[in-house]
Design a protein around this ligand. Sequence first.
Ligand code: G16
Length: 500
Amino acid sequence: MDLAAVTEHSALHAKPAGLTLQYGTAGFRTKAEHLDHVMFRMGLLAVLRSKQTQSTIGVMVTASHNPEEDNGVKLVDPLGEMLAPAWEEHATCLANAEEQDVTRVLVDISEKEAVNLQQEAFVVIGRDTRPSSEKLSQSVIDGVTVLGGHFHDYGLLTTPQLHYMVYCRNTDGQYGKATIEGYYQKLSTAFVQLTKQASCSGEDYRSLKVDCANGIGALKLKEMQHYLAQGLSVQLFNDGTKGKLNHLCGADFVKSHQKPPHGMEMKPDERCCSFDGDADRIVYYYLGAEGHFHLIDGDKIATLISTFLKELLLEIGENLNIGVVQTAYANGSSTRYLEEVMKVPVYCTKTGVKHLHHKAQEFDIGVYFEANGHGTALFKKAVEMKIKQLAKELDNKKQKAAKMLENIIDLFNQVADRRVISTTDAERRAVTPPGLQEAIDALVKKYKLSRAFVRPSGTEDVVRVYAEADSQANADSLAQEVSLAVFKLAGGIGEEPQPR
Ligand code: G16
Protein backbone atom coordinates (compact mmCIF):
# COMPACT_ATOMS: atom_id res chain seq x y z
CA MET A 1 0.00 0.00 0.00
CA ASP A 2 1.31 3.41 -0.92
CA LEU A 3 0.34 5.08 2.35
CA ALA A 4 1.84 8.43 1.40
CA ALA A 5 -0.40 8.58 -1.68
CA VAL A 6 -3.41 7.64 0.44
CA THR A 7 -2.66 10.48 2.87
CA GLU A 8 -2.21 12.94 0.02
CA HIS A 9 -5.47 12.00 -1.72
CA SER A 10 -7.41 11.66 1.51
CA ALA A 11 -6.68 15.32 2.27
CA LEU A 12 -8.51 16.20 -0.96
CA HIS A 13 -11.59 14.43 0.46
CA ALA A 14 -11.42 15.85 3.97
CA LYS A 15 -13.85 14.70 6.63
CA PRO A 16 -16.05 17.47 8.11
CA ALA A 17 -14.91 17.96 11.72
CA GLY A 18 -16.97 16.16 14.33
CA LEU A 19 -19.08 14.20 11.82
CA THR A 20 -19.71 10.56 12.74
CA LEU A 21 -21.77 8.19 10.65
CA GLN A 22 -22.71 4.55 10.88
CA TYR A 23 -22.93 1.88 8.20
CA GLY A 24 -26.66 1.32 8.73
CA THR A 25 -29.57 -0.67 7.29
CA ALA A 26 -28.38 0.04 3.76
CA GLY A 27 -24.90 1.52 3.99
CA PHE A 28 -24.14 5.18 4.77
CA ARG A 29 -26.88 7.76 4.27
CA THR A 30 -26.91 11.46 5.00
CA LYS A 31 -26.93 14.86 3.28
CA ALA A 32 -24.91 14.60 0.05
CA GLU A 33 -22.59 17.47 1.01
CA HIS A 34 -21.24 15.43 3.94
CA LEU A 35 -20.31 12.36 1.99
CA ASP A 36 -17.22 13.10 -0.10
CA HIS A 37 -14.78 11.60 2.42
CA VAL A 38 -17.02 8.56 2.95
CA MET A 39 -17.04 7.84 -0.79
CA PHE A 40 -13.28 8.09 -1.08
CA ARG A 41 -12.82 5.82 1.92
CA MET A 42 -15.36 3.28 0.66
CA GLY A 43 -13.31 3.13 -2.54
CA LEU A 44 -10.32 2.22 -0.37
CA LEU A 45 -12.30 -0.34 1.60
CA ALA A 46 -13.74 -1.96 -1.53
CA VAL A 47 -10.17 -2.59 -2.72
CA LEU A 48 -9.24 -4.32 0.54
CA ARG A 49 -12.41 -6.42 0.46
CA SER A 50 -11.74 -7.34 -3.16
CA LYS A 51 -8.16 -8.40 -2.37
CA GLN A 52 -9.32 -10.42 0.63
CA THR A 53 -12.08 -12.28 -1.22
CA GLN A 54 -10.15 -12.42 -4.50
CA SER A 55 -13.38 -11.32 -6.15
CA THR A 56 -15.05 -8.34 -7.72
CA ILE A 57 -16.76 -6.04 -5.21
CA GLY A 58 -19.55 -3.55 -6.02
CA VAL A 59 -20.03 0.01 -4.83
CA MET A 60 -23.44 1.62 -5.33
CA VAL A 61 -23.87 5.36 -4.88
CA THR A 62 -27.49 5.96 -3.93
CA ALA A 63 -29.76 7.01 -1.09
CA SER A 64 -32.64 5.03 -2.54
CA HIS A 65 -35.94 6.19 -1.00
CA ASN A 66 -34.44 9.19 0.84
CA PRO A 67 -35.03 12.76 -0.37
CA GLU A 68 -33.09 14.03 -3.38
CA GLU A 69 -30.69 16.10 -1.24
CA ASP A 70 -29.42 12.98 0.54
CA ASN A 71 -27.05 10.46 -0.85
CA GLY A 72 -25.39 7.27 0.31
CA VAL A 73 -23.18 4.35 -0.50
CA LYS A 74 -23.37 0.60 -0.04
CA LEU A 75 -20.88 -2.12 -0.82
CA VAL A 76 -21.90 -5.32 -2.58
CA ASP A 77 -20.16 -8.58 -1.65
CA PRO A 78 -18.99 -11.26 -4.14
CA LEU A 79 -22.23 -13.17 -4.59
CA GLY A 80 -24.25 -10.01 -5.03
CA GLU A 81 -25.24 -9.90 -1.37
CA MET A 82 -24.86 -7.16 1.23
CA LEU A 83 -21.49 -6.53 2.88
CA ALA A 84 -20.50 -9.01 5.63
CA PRO A 85 -21.20 -7.68 9.16
CA ALA A 86 -17.53 -7.57 10.26
CA TRP A 87 -16.78 -5.37 7.24
CA GLU A 88 -19.67 -3.07 8.08
CA GLU A 89 -17.82 -2.36 11.31
CA HIS A 90 -14.61 -1.69 9.40
CA ALA A 91 -16.57 0.64 7.12
CA THR A 92 -17.88 2.62 10.09
CA CYS A 93 -14.43 2.78 11.64
CA LEU A 94 -12.78 3.97 8.42
CA ALA A 95 -15.50 6.53 7.65
CA ASN A 96 -15.16 8.07 11.11
CA ALA A 97 -11.34 8.06 11.35
CA GLU A 98 -9.78 11.49 11.73
CA GLU A 99 -7.54 12.51 8.84
CA GLN A 100 -4.27 11.53 10.54
CA ASP A 101 -5.66 8.07 11.42
CA VAL A 102 -6.90 6.95 7.99
CA THR A 103 -3.77 5.00 7.01
CA ARG A 104 -3.47 3.39 10.47
CA VAL A 105 -7.10 2.18 10.24
CA LEU A 106 -6.43 0.80 6.74
CA VAL A 107 -3.41 -1.13 7.99
CA ASP A 108 -5.39 -2.40 11.01
CA ILE A 109 -8.18 -3.70 8.78
CA SER A 110 -5.71 -5.39 6.42
CA GLU A 111 -4.01 -7.12 9.33
CA LYS A 112 -7.21 -8.17 11.08
CA GLU A 113 -8.64 -9.58 7.88
CA ALA A 114 -5.39 -11.09 6.64
CA VAL A 115 -5.63 -9.20 3.35
CA ASN A 116 -2.98 -10.21 0.83
CA LEU A 117 -1.90 -6.80 -0.41
CA GLN A 118 -0.19 -8.27 -3.46
CA GLN A 119 -3.52 -9.59 -4.73
CA GLU A 120 -5.19 -7.71 -7.64
CA ALA A 121 -8.41 -5.85 -6.84
CA PHE A 122 -11.43 -5.17 -9.05
CA VAL A 123 -14.35 -2.91 -8.15
CA VAL A 124 -17.51 -2.15 -10.13
CA ILE A 125 -19.38 1.06 -9.53
CA GLY A 126 -22.95 2.18 -10.21
CA ARG A 127 -24.94 5.28 -9.32
CA ASP A 128 -28.48 6.63 -9.24
CA THR A 129 -29.76 9.84 -10.88
CA ARG A 130 -29.28 12.24 -7.94
CA PRO A 131 -27.50 15.45 -8.99
CA SER A 132 -24.75 14.68 -6.43
CA SER A 133 -24.15 11.09 -7.50
CA GLU A 134 -21.75 11.62 -10.39
CA LYS A 135 -19.23 13.62 -8.39
CA LEU A 136 -19.51 11.26 -5.43
CA SER A 137 -18.84 8.23 -7.59
CA GLN A 138 -15.69 9.98 -8.85
CA SER A 139 -14.54 10.13 -5.22
CA VAL A 140 -15.10 6.35 -4.96
CA ILE A 141 -12.95 5.89 -8.07
CA ASP A 142 -10.26 8.09 -6.55
CA GLY A 143 -10.20 5.78 -3.50
CA VAL A 144 -10.02 2.66 -5.65
CA THR A 145 -7.20 3.90 -7.87
CA VAL A 146 -5.01 5.30 -5.11
CA LEU A 147 -4.79 1.76 -3.69
CA GLY A 148 -3.97 0.38 -7.14
CA GLY A 149 -7.38 -1.24 -7.67
CA HIS A 150 -8.90 -1.75 -11.14
CA PHE A 151 -12.46 -0.72 -11.76
CA HIS A 152 -15.34 -0.59 -14.17
CA ASP A 153 -17.71 2.35 -13.82
CA TYR A 154 -21.15 1.30 -15.09
CA GLY A 155 -22.43 4.84 -14.55
CA LEU A 156 -26.20 5.07 -14.15
CA LEU A 157 -27.58 1.76 -12.86
CA THR A 158 -30.34 0.46 -10.61
CA THR A 159 -29.22 -1.25 -7.41
CA PRO A 160 -30.42 -4.71 -8.56
CA GLN A 161 -28.45 -4.24 -11.79
CA LEU A 162 -25.25 -3.59 -9.86
CA HIS A 163 -25.84 -6.69 -7.70
CA TYR A 164 -26.33 -8.65 -10.91
CA MET A 165 -23.07 -7.36 -12.45
CA VAL A 166 -21.08 -8.34 -9.36
CA TYR A 167 -22.55 -11.83 -9.28
CA CYS A 168 -22.00 -12.40 -13.02
CA ARG A 169 -18.37 -11.34 -12.81
CA ASN A 170 -17.71 -13.62 -9.86
CA THR A 171 -19.26 -16.67 -11.53
CA ASP A 172 -17.32 -16.16 -14.76
CA GLY A 173 -20.51 -15.33 -16.59
CA GLN A 174 -22.36 -18.49 -15.52
CA TYR A 175 -25.10 -16.42 -13.90
CA GLY A 176 -25.32 -14.19 -16.95
CA LYS A 177 -23.36 -11.65 -19.01
CA ALA A 178 -22.05 -8.76 -16.92
CA THR A 179 -23.45 -6.12 -19.26
CA ILE A 180 -26.62 -4.10 -19.24
CA GLU A 181 -27.65 -5.93 -22.41
CA GLY A 182 -27.01 -9.28 -20.66
CA TYR A 183 -29.26 -8.21 -17.79
CA TYR A 184 -32.14 -7.25 -20.09
CA GLN A 185 -31.74 -10.43 -22.14
CA LYS A 186 -31.72 -12.79 -19.21
CA LEU A 187 -34.67 -11.33 -17.34
CA SER A 188 -36.86 -10.53 -20.32
CA THR A 189 -36.39 -13.97 -21.93
CA ALA A 190 -37.47 -15.70 -18.70
CA PHE A 191 -40.41 -13.31 -18.31
CA VAL A 192 -41.70 -13.57 -21.88
CA GLN A 193 -41.51 -17.37 -21.81
CA LEU A 194 -43.26 -17.53 -18.49
CA THR A 195 -46.13 -15.34 -19.70
CA LYS A 196 -46.53 -17.72 -22.66
CA GLN A 197 -46.62 -20.77 -20.37
CA ALA A 198 -48.93 -19.29 -17.73
CA SER A 199 -52.62 -19.67 -18.43
CA CYS A 200 -53.75 -16.06 -18.23
CA SER A 201 -56.93 -15.00 -19.96
CA GLY A 202 -57.57 -11.65 -21.63
CA GLU A 203 -55.11 -9.00 -22.66
CA ASP A 204 -55.38 -6.80 -19.55
CA TYR A 205 -52.59 -8.55 -17.73
CA ARG A 206 -50.19 -7.47 -20.44
CA SER A 207 -50.31 -3.78 -19.55
CA LEU A 208 -48.82 -2.04 -16.57
CA LYS A 209 -48.56 1.60 -15.48
CA VAL A 210 -45.25 2.26 -13.77
CA ASP A 211 -44.48 5.14 -11.41
CA CYS A 212 -40.70 5.48 -11.61
CA ALA A 213 -40.30 7.84 -8.60
CA ASN A 214 -38.50 10.28 -10.95
CA GLY A 215 -35.45 8.05 -10.61
CA ILE A 216 -33.15 5.63 -12.37
CA GLY A 217 -35.96 3.10 -12.87
CA ALA A 218 -37.37 5.33 -15.62
CA LEU A 219 -34.16 5.36 -17.66
CA LYS A 220 -33.59 1.65 -17.30
CA LEU A 221 -37.17 0.61 -17.95
CA LYS A 222 -37.18 2.73 -21.11
CA GLU A 223 -34.13 0.78 -22.27
CA MET A 224 -35.73 -2.54 -21.31
CA GLN A 225 -39.17 -1.81 -22.77
CA HIS A 226 -38.58 -3.34 -26.19
CA TYR A 227 -37.11 -6.54 -24.73
CA LEU A 228 -40.37 -7.04 -22.85
CA ALA A 229 -42.68 -6.08 -25.70
CA GLN A 230 -43.92 -9.62 -26.37
CA GLY A 231 -44.99 -10.13 -22.77
CA LEU A 232 -45.76 -6.73 -21.31
CA SER A 233 -46.54 -3.23 -22.38
CA VAL A 234 -45.49 -0.58 -19.89
CA GLN A 235 -46.50 3.04 -19.57
CA LEU A 236 -44.08 5.19 -17.59
CA PHE A 237 -45.01 7.98 -15.14
CA ASN A 238 -42.83 10.19 -12.98
CA ASP A 239 -39.97 9.51 -15.36
CA GLY A 240 -37.80 12.35 -14.09
CA THR A 241 -38.56 14.81 -16.88
CA LYS A 242 -40.21 17.26 -14.46
CA GLY A 243 -40.76 16.08 -10.87
CA LYS A 244 -38.33 15.68 -7.98
CA LEU A 245 -36.92 12.30 -6.98
CA ASN A 246 -39.19 10.40 -4.53
CA HIS A 247 -41.30 13.50 -4.00
CA LEU A 248 -45.02 12.67 -3.69
CA CYS A 249 -44.37 9.49 -5.66
CA GLY A 250 -42.47 6.22 -5.56
CA ALA A 251 -42.91 3.01 -3.57
CA ASP A 252 -42.25 4.53 -0.17
CA PHE A 253 -44.83 7.29 -0.69
CA VAL A 254 -47.49 4.88 -1.97
CA LYS A 255 -46.87 2.35 0.80
CA SER A 256 -46.81 4.81 3.68
CA HIS A 257 -49.69 7.00 2.47
CA GLN A 258 -51.71 4.09 1.06
CA LYS A 259 -52.67 6.17 -1.95
CA PRO A 260 -51.66 6.60 -5.61
CA PRO A 261 -48.61 8.70 -6.46
CA HIS A 262 -49.03 12.18 -7.87
CA GLY A 263 -48.64 12.35 -11.61
CA MET A 264 -50.43 9.09 -12.47
CA GLU A 265 -54.05 8.81 -13.59
CA MET A 266 -55.69 5.56 -12.50
CA LYS A 267 -58.87 3.99 -13.80
CA PRO A 268 -60.60 1.04 -12.05
CA ASP A 269 -58.86 -2.30 -12.56
CA GLU A 270 -55.78 -0.90 -14.27
CA ARG A 271 -52.58 -2.54 -13.07
CA CYS A 272 -50.14 -0.07 -11.55
CA CYS A 273 -46.87 -0.22 -9.64
CA SER A 274 -44.21 2.03 -8.14
CA PHE A 275 -40.42 1.77 -7.85
CA ASP A 276 -38.29 3.64 -5.36
CA GLY A 277 -35.30 5.91 -6.13
CA ASP A 278 -32.87 3.10 -7.03
CA ALA A 279 -35.53 0.68 -8.29
CA ASP A 280 -34.98 -2.08 -5.76
CA ARG A 281 -38.46 -1.85 -4.26
CA ILE A 282 -41.76 -2.44 -6.01
CA VAL A 283 -45.34 -2.24 -4.78
CA TYR A 284 -48.41 -2.87 -6.96
CA TYR A 285 -51.87 -1.35 -6.67
CA TYR A 286 -55.21 -0.88 -8.42
CA LEU A 287 -58.53 0.84 -7.96
CA GLY A 288 -61.44 -1.52 -7.35
CA ALA A 289 -64.72 -1.08 -9.25
CA GLU A 290 -66.00 0.93 -6.28
CA GLY A 291 -63.02 3.28 -6.59
CA HIS A 292 -61.21 2.03 -3.47
CA PHE A 293 -57.43 1.94 -3.52
CA HIS A 294 -55.95 -1.57 -3.10
CA LEU A 295 -52.27 -1.99 -2.33
CA ILE A 296 -50.31 -5.16 -3.11
CA ASP A 297 -47.32 -4.61 -0.87
CA GLY A 298 -44.39 -6.89 -0.06
CA ASP A 299 -46.52 -9.07 2.24
CA LYS A 300 -48.99 -9.79 -0.52
CA ILE A 301 -46.30 -10.23 -3.17
CA ALA A 302 -44.58 -12.84 -0.95
CA THR A 303 -47.90 -14.62 -0.46
CA LEU A 304 -48.64 -14.71 -4.19
CA ILE A 305 -45.16 -15.90 -5.10
CA SER A 306 -44.99 -18.62 -2.47
CA THR A 307 -48.50 -19.83 -3.34
CA PHE A 308 -47.58 -20.01 -7.03
CA LEU A 309 -44.34 -21.84 -6.30
CA LYS A 310 -46.09 -24.30 -4.00
CA GLU A 311 -48.64 -25.12 -6.71
CA LEU A 312 -45.91 -25.76 -9.28
CA LEU A 313 -43.93 -27.95 -6.89
CA LEU A 314 -47.06 -29.97 -6.16
CA GLU A 315 -47.54 -30.53 -9.87
CA ILE A 316 -44.05 -31.85 -10.37
CA GLY A 317 -44.38 -33.89 -7.18
CA GLU A 318 -41.28 -32.50 -5.50
CA ASN A 319 -41.25 -32.10 -1.78
CA LEU A 320 -38.94 -29.13 -1.34
CA ASN A 321 -39.10 -26.90 1.70
CA ILE A 322 -40.29 -23.35 1.12
CA GLY A 323 -39.96 -20.72 3.81
CA VAL A 324 -41.15 -17.10 3.85
CA VAL A 325 -39.20 -14.41 5.69
CA GLN A 326 -40.82 -11.16 6.81
CA THR A 327 -40.07 -8.31 9.21
CA ALA A 328 -42.06 -6.86 12.08
CA TYR A 329 -43.80 -4.58 9.55
CA ALA A 330 -45.61 -7.55 7.98
CA ASN A 331 -49.33 -7.29 8.50
CA GLY A 332 -50.47 -9.89 11.06
CA SER A 333 -53.15 -11.25 8.75
CA SER A 334 -50.60 -12.02 6.00
CA THR A 335 -48.54 -14.03 8.48
CA ARG A 336 -51.62 -15.91 9.69
CA TYR A 337 -52.72 -16.65 6.10
CA LEU A 338 -49.32 -18.04 5.13
CA GLU A 339 -48.99 -20.18 8.24
CA GLU A 340 -52.56 -21.38 8.68
CA VAL A 341 -53.97 -21.57 5.14
CA MET A 342 -50.89 -22.06 2.98
CA LYS A 343 -49.03 -24.08 5.62
CA VAL A 344 -45.81 -22.29 4.78
CA PRO A 345 -43.45 -21.60 7.69
CA VAL A 346 -42.89 -17.88 8.28
CA TYR A 347 -39.91 -16.30 10.03
CA CYS A 348 -39.40 -12.76 11.26
CA THR A 349 -36.07 -10.90 11.15
CA LYS A 350 -34.89 -7.37 11.83
CA THR A 351 -35.54 -4.75 9.13
CA GLY A 352 -32.90 -4.70 6.39
CA VAL A 353 -32.63 -6.86 3.30
CA LYS A 354 -29.39 -8.37 4.59
CA HIS A 355 -31.18 -9.96 7.57
CA LEU A 356 -34.02 -11.40 5.49
CA HIS A 357 -31.68 -12.65 2.78
CA HIS A 358 -29.53 -14.47 5.30
CA LYS A 359 -32.52 -16.28 6.83
CA ALA A 360 -34.02 -17.12 3.41
CA GLN A 361 -30.81 -18.93 2.42
CA GLU A 362 -31.67 -21.68 4.93
CA PHE A 363 -34.48 -23.08 2.76
CA ASP A 364 -34.57 -25.02 -0.50
CA ILE A 365 -36.64 -22.08 -1.71
CA GLY A 366 -36.67 -18.96 0.45
CA VAL A 367 -39.09 -16.17 -0.39
CA TYR A 368 -38.45 -12.92 1.43
CA PHE A 369 -40.13 -9.56 1.23
CA GLU A 370 -40.24 -6.49 3.40
CA ALA A 371 -43.69 -4.90 3.44
CA ASN A 372 -42.12 -1.88 1.70
CA GLY A 373 -41.48 -3.92 -1.45
CA HIS A 374 -37.86 -5.11 -1.16
CA GLY A 375 -37.49 -8.79 -1.82
CA THR A 376 -36.86 -11.79 -4.00
CA ALA A 377 -36.95 -15.59 -4.00
CA LEU A 378 -33.79 -17.64 -3.51
CA PHE A 379 -33.28 -21.15 -4.85
CA LYS A 380 -30.53 -23.42 -3.53
CA LYS A 381 -28.10 -24.32 -6.27
CA ALA A 382 -28.95 -28.05 -5.94
CA VAL A 383 -32.67 -27.23 -6.28
CA GLU A 384 -32.01 -25.18 -9.38
CA MET A 385 -30.07 -28.05 -10.96
CA LYS A 386 -32.80 -30.52 -10.08
CA ILE A 387 -35.54 -28.35 -11.62
CA LYS A 388 -33.49 -27.91 -14.80
CA GLN A 389 -33.08 -31.65 -15.00
CA LEU A 390 -36.80 -32.30 -14.45
CA ALA A 391 -37.71 -29.75 -17.11
CA LYS A 392 -35.92 -32.01 -19.59
CA GLU A 393 -37.23 -35.37 -18.34
CA LEU A 394 -40.79 -35.23 -17.03
CA ASP A 395 -43.93 -36.07 -18.97
CA ASN A 396 -46.05 -33.32 -20.45
CA LYS A 397 -47.98 -31.75 -17.58
CA LYS A 398 -45.18 -32.07 -15.09
CA GLN A 399 -42.69 -30.82 -17.61
CA LYS A 400 -44.70 -27.65 -18.15
CA ALA A 401 -44.63 -26.91 -14.40
CA ALA A 402 -40.88 -27.64 -14.26
CA LYS A 403 -40.25 -25.34 -17.23
CA MET A 404 -42.21 -22.59 -15.54
CA LEU A 405 -40.11 -23.03 -12.41
CA GLU A 406 -36.99 -22.89 -14.54
CA ASN A 407 -38.06 -19.51 -15.93
CA ILE A 408 -39.04 -18.25 -12.50
CA ILE A 409 -35.52 -18.98 -11.26
CA ASP A 410 -34.09 -16.85 -14.07
CA LEU A 411 -36.62 -14.12 -13.50
CA PHE A 412 -35.65 -13.49 -9.90
CA ASN A 413 -32.51 -11.51 -9.55
CA GLN A 414 -31.27 -13.51 -6.55
CA VAL A 415 -28.60 -11.46 -5.53
CA ALA A 416 -29.22 -8.66 -0.16
CA ASP A 417 -30.39 11.05 18.97
CA ARG A 418 -32.99 8.32 17.75
CA ARG A 419 -30.73 5.67 19.21
CA VAL A 420 -32.12 6.07 22.72
CA ILE A 421 -34.58 3.50 21.43
CA SER A 422 -33.19 0.00 21.34
CA THR A 423 -35.15 -3.09 20.47
CA THR A 424 -35.22 -6.85 20.74
CA ASP A 425 -37.25 -9.81 19.32
CA ALA A 426 -36.63 -8.90 15.65
CA GLU A 427 -37.36 -5.24 16.55
CA ARG A 428 -40.86 -6.05 17.81
CA ARG A 429 -40.20 -4.92 21.41
CA ALA A 430 -38.46 -1.84 22.78
CA VAL A 431 -35.85 -2.41 25.50
CA THR A 432 -35.04 1.26 26.13
CA PRO A 433 -36.04 3.88 27.14
CA PRO A 434 -37.57 2.39 30.30
CA GLY A 435 -41.34 2.30 30.34
CA LEU A 436 -41.81 2.68 26.57
CA GLN A 437 -42.68 -0.96 25.85
CA GLU A 438 -45.10 -1.08 28.81
CA ALA A 439 -46.80 2.05 27.46
CA ILE A 440 -47.10 0.49 23.97
CA ASP A 441 -48.49 -2.76 25.45
CA ALA A 442 -51.16 -0.81 27.34
CA LEU A 443 -52.18 1.11 24.19
CA VAL A 444 -52.30 -2.02 22.03
CA LYS A 445 -54.72 -3.62 24.52
CA LYS A 446 -57.27 -0.88 23.81
CA TYR A 447 -57.78 -2.01 20.18
CA LYS A 448 -58.93 -5.25 18.55
CA LEU A 449 -56.54 -7.31 16.38
CA SER A 450 -53.86 -4.76 17.02
CA ARG A 451 -50.08 -4.65 17.01
CA ALA A 452 -47.63 -1.79 17.32
CA PHE A 453 -43.89 -1.31 17.61
CA VAL A 454 -41.27 1.40 17.29
CA ARG A 455 -37.69 1.32 16.02
CA PRO A 456 -34.96 3.79 15.11
CA SER A 457 -34.58 4.09 11.32
CA GLY A 458 -31.27 2.95 9.88
CA THR A 459 -31.50 5.27 6.87
CA GLU A 460 -33.03 8.52 8.14
CA ASP A 461 -32.87 10.54 11.34
CA VAL A 462 -36.32 9.49 12.52
CA VAL A 463 -38.09 6.96 14.72
CA ARG A 464 -40.50 4.69 12.83
CA VAL A 465 -43.87 3.88 14.38
CA TYR A 466 -45.93 0.95 13.11
CA ALA A 467 -49.53 0.20 14.09
CA GLU A 468 -52.22 -2.16 12.84
CA ALA A 469 -55.78 -2.71 14.10
CA ASP A 470 -59.18 -3.96 12.99
CA SER A 471 -60.00 -0.75 11.06
CA GLN A 472 -58.07 2.08 9.39
CA ALA A 473 -59.44 4.59 11.93
CA ASN A 474 -58.29 2.44 14.86
CA ALA A 475 -54.87 1.84 13.30
CA ASP A 476 -54.45 5.62 12.79
CA SER A 477 -55.51 6.35 16.32
CA LEU A 478 -53.20 3.69 17.80
CA ALA A 479 -50.31 5.04 15.70
CA GLN A 480 -51.02 8.53 17.03
CA GLU A 481 -51.09 7.35 20.65
CA VAL A 482 -47.89 5.34 20.28
CA SER A 483 -46.19 8.32 18.60
CA LEU A 484 -47.12 10.49 21.56
CA ALA A 485 -45.72 7.90 23.99
CA VAL A 486 -42.45 7.88 22.01
CA PHE A 487 -42.36 11.67 21.98
CA LYS A 488 -42.78 11.85 25.76
CA LEU A 489 -40.70 8.87 26.88
CA ALA A 490 -37.88 9.04 24.33
CA GLY A 491 -37.32 12.81 24.45
CA GLY A 492 -38.96 13.82 21.15
CA ILE A 493 -37.98 17.12 19.59
CA GLY A 494 -40.04 19.64 17.62
CA GLU A 495 -43.83 19.59 17.59
CA GLU A 496 -45.84 16.86 19.29
CA PRO A 497 -47.17 14.27 16.83
CA GLN A 498 -50.62 15.31 15.55
CA PRO A 499 -53.49 13.07 14.41
CA ARG A 500 -53.41 12.27 10.65
C1 G16 B 1 -33.45 0.49 3.08
C2 G16 B 1 -33.16 -0.96 3.35
C3 G16 B 1 -34.44 -1.71 3.64
C4 G16 B 1 -35.22 -1.02 4.75
C5 G16 B 1 -35.40 0.47 4.44
C6 G16 B 1 -35.96 1.27 5.59
O1 G16 B 1 -34.26 0.59 1.95
O2 G16 B 1 -32.52 -1.53 2.25
O3 G16 B 1 -34.13 -3.03 3.98
O4 G16 B 1 -36.47 -1.58 4.90
O5 G16 B 1 -34.14 1.06 4.15
O6 G16 B 1 -35.06 1.18 6.65
P1 G16 B 1 -35.19 2.06 7.94
O7 G16 B 1 -36.61 1.86 8.41
O8 G16 B 1 -34.18 1.47 8.85
O9 G16 B 1 -34.96 3.49 7.57
P2 G16 B 1 -33.85 1.53 0.73
O10 G16 B 1 -34.88 1.26 -0.30
O11 G16 B 1 -33.88 2.93 1.25
O12 G16 B 1 -32.48 1.06 0.37
